[in-house]
Design a protein around this ligand. Structure first.
Ligand code: ADP
Ligand code: AMP
Length: 219
């Protein structure tokens, strides 16, 4: 049976960082809705043009656009054994669409991992975040620096700071998280799928906690 894990958490909680570690450990593809949008914006596709303004404002992209994009991604062959979902679902409508799409694939959500981090920590993490252009590897200039400033350790590509990591947009994104995404915590708890992990620890310690939660989940 395929295993689909959802990483839930505020912007800056460490979803992308942890998704990369789990993806390598579990040999499952890492699907980041934000990263797919950014790739489309950089490539100037129709999807990129349609979502650019929402993302620069720190708003969510409308559910119909996001759900269609994820449905297409989940249908690809590399998801046959499952996937690590990072940044999706972010609304109740997306959670319902995901349940429906996985059902069509004869599957379901295996576990939801909520990475909990206090708000002041989120803000300082996002203000120092650097990402690689090639594959979205994540760094922080103080907390998780690359060996050589401005260069990705893994693939040597250039590091950049995200436009939506400026302080005004970060504040808007945290509010959007609290109003639209945080209610999913209760939803997945009711479904018996939720595991909460303290994200305010060393990156490797958080990875171990997530792996423990996955190992302890009910089959
Ligand atoms: P998200 O995908 O949830 O927005 P990221 O994985 O991009 O979060 O992490 C946000 C920032 O915080 C990045 O700069 C990353 O290097 C840093 N970071 C992630 N996890 C930790 C951690 N456990 N301790 C310190 N810094 C972290
Ligand atoms: P992220 O890389 O997860 O921080 O996402 C960056 C931005 O992309 C978000 O602030 C939203 O504007 C948009 N986005 C990413 N995932 C979703 C989603 N599931 N639903 C709506 N918008 C999203």
């Amino acid at each position: 049976m395929a295993t689909f894990y959802i990483l839930l958490g505020a912007p800056g909680a460490g979803k992308g960082t942890q998704a990369k570690n789990l993806s390598a450990a579990l040999k499952l593809p890492h699907i980041s809705s934000g990263e797919i949008f950014r790739e489309n914006i950089a490539a100037g596709t129709e999807l990129g043009k349609a979502v650019n303004e929402y993302i620069s404002r720190g708003d969510l992209v409308p559910d119909d656009i996001t759900n269609a994009m994820i449905r297409e991604r989940l249908g690809r062959e590399d998801c046959a054994e499952g996937a690590i979902l990072d940044g999706f679902p972010r609304t109740m409508a997306q959670a319902q669409a995901l349940a429906h799409d996985l059902h069509e694939l004869d599957s379901h959500v295996s576990a939801v991992l909520s990475i909990d981090v206090p708000e002041d920590v989120l803000v300082s993490r996002l203000s120092g975040r650097w990402m690689c252009r090639e594959k979205g590897h994540v760094y922080h200039d103080v907390l998780n620096p690359p060996c050589e400033p401005g260069v990705c350790d893994t693939d040597g590509s250039e590091l950049y700071q995200r436009e939506d990591d400026k302080p005004e947009t970060v504040a808007a994104r945290i509010q959007v998280y609290l109003s639209q995404t945080a209610p999913l915590i209760e939803h997945f708890e009711e479904l018996g799928l939720l595991h909460r992990v303290n994200g305010d620890q060393e990156i490797e310690v958080v990875t171990e906690s997530l792996q423990r939660a996955i190992a302890e989940r009910k089959p």
